[in-house]
Ligand binder design. Sequence first.
Ligand code: HEC
Length: 121
Amino acid sequence: MTILHRILGITVFGASLALAQEPSLTYKEHIFPIIEKHCLRCHLEENDNPSGLAMDSFELLMKGGKNGNTVVPGKPEESILYRKLLSDPPFGKQMPRNRKKLSAEEIGLIFEWIRQGARKE
Ligand code: HEC
């Protein structure tokens, strides 16, 4: 089931990527808007999130949370940021916590951004 979700997410994203002819994804252009919309209210530095993860900036995101490996550039399957978006996260709850999960396209964007090396801009 999970594998299928992942494949679906990637396929949906792959199709839209091909259409948009956008070769590379950046934190600034593609990822921060998703974080701002769905995650930031709970993951601001000033909130003291129990996970230790603040996402106010690229630097804080890359510094990561208390469980480490938040973003492992080139390796989305090892990145907690991606795995916490799936229905079977390695610990705790699926993110965004207690809210509607992200769309397959948004999850696909995060997967693909990490796979491409997690560039800032
Ligand atoms: C309603 C508040 C809330 C929202 C919204 C939210 N989170 Fe979280 N997040 C938490 C809490 C609380 C924890 C700690 C408990 C857990 O891991 O389930 C956490 C933990 C995490 C962790 C684990 C970090 C670590 O090292 O322990 C990651 C990664 C994460 N969130 C990513 C996200 C992402 C990405 C989004 C947006 C798509 C998001 N969160 C939205 C509250 C939230």
